[in-house]
Ligand binder design. Structure first.
Ligand code: SF4
Length: 337
């Protein structure tokens, strides 16, 4: 990913946080980046939420509930019950479920007690229905013919699987490119064009049936004149999709989109955050441009720790400018939740 692509991705996230939906009324949402499944990662994910459900979700803490913990909290009974009687068989050994029950108790999201040699549990709160819709956005600021080809293929797979309720492509505005785009990109995908920070809808997406069985395209013919092979596909069960959607929403809840700072080096003397159209983006004073998350690491040749003098006020408890950047971004992430 180039610095430009990374910066564009952050701008799309910041814009979505302020403006979603692009056409129509504002809806409560959580925005995250670089989330997906083992086989597919989206650049920007917008989780549209039910505000009351989200308020109830907050009782389960800031950390995500992974699939094992979700299995426990979603099925934990209101009254004490042996965990094997209360929870449906998960399809893997019970000892893993028992470990997840203990983990859930350690996190304070269920209660447990011992009855003889049996572990019993009961819920503290019902797990709420807080996720309304999931929207996946693929970002490509500099779209050329080969990128459009690759994106069209990815978006066709997203549409067939229907894990998200909508898929979009976000790009930078360019009249010629847009015309080419419309012919390449599947009609079910929406197209957003950004120009100087303002987004316009070039094509509205169709809602996908996220509750229905999906189709995973496993193989497709190259399309050459001599290629007569058939496309390969498999069906994906609706329950699997429902579970994955919730896991995805949980990850979005935990991470938001500002977590990039966790893997970058705001403690480097060259690290800056600058105001962009809808929020702040990182910039490297040494490189004189926006850096990517990958290159902004301890192995960066220009990395220099911020001088101790910068940290004198409040140091070492509050830290220097780098720590302030972390604090500000983390506080904004909490506010979004
Ligand atoms: S010099 Fe390297 S580590 Fe320092 S801010 Fe720039 S990219 Fe990041």
């Amino acid at each position: 990913m180039t610095g430009h692509e990374f910066g564009f991705e952050l701008r799309v996230c910041a814009w979505a946080e302020q403006r979603w939906r692009p056409e129509g009324d504002d809806v409560p949402r959580i925005v995250a980046r670089q989330l997906g499944t083992r086989n597919r990662r989206w650049d920007t994910v917008v989780v549209e939420v039910d505000p009351e459900g989200l308020a109830q979700r907050r009782r389960f803490g800031e950390q995500r509930l992974d699939s094992d913990l979700l299995h426990v909290v979603r099925h934990a009974p209101a009254d004490w019950q042996y965990y094997r009687d209360a929870l449906p068989h998960p399809g893997y050994p019970w000892r893993y479920v028992r470990a997840a029950v203990h983990q859930a108790a350690d996190r304070g999201v269920v209660e447990t007690r011992r009855n003889g040699n049996k572990i019993e549990l009961r819920r503290k709160w019902p797990y709420p229905d807080w996720v309304e819709r999931i929207v996946a956005i693929e970002n490509k600021p500099d779209l050329d013919a080969s990128a459009a080809d690759a994106l069209a293929d990815q978006l066709e797979r997203d549409v067939a699987l229907g894990l998200a309720d909508e898929v979009w492509l976000a790009t930078e505005s360019d009249g010629d490119v847009e015309r080419a785009l419309l012919t390449e990109i599947p009609v079910e995908a929406g197209i957003l064009a950004f120009d100087d920070g303002a987004a316009s809808v070039e094509w509205l997406p169709q809602s996908l049936d996220a509750d229905a069985t999906g189709t995973r395209i496993t193989d497709r013919p190259s399309g050459g004149a001599f290629d007569q092979s058939a496309a390969g596909f498999e069906y994906v069960d609706a329950d699997w999709k429902a579970d994955k959607r919730l896991e995805l929403a949980e990850r979005a809840y935990e991470r938001g989109w500002r977590s990039y700072v966790d893997t970058m080096r705001p403690d480097c003397r060259h690290f800056r955050v600058v105001e962009a159209d809808h929020g702040y983006v990182p910039r490297c004073a040494a490189k004189q441009r926006e850096q990517t998350a990958a290159e902004c690491s301890g192995s960066c040749p220009e990395y220099e720790p911020e001088p101790p003098a910068w940290r004198q006020r409040g140091w070492p408890i509050e830290g220097g400018p780098g720590a302030t950047v972390r604090d500000v971004l983390s506080e904004r992430r909490d506010r979004q939740r």
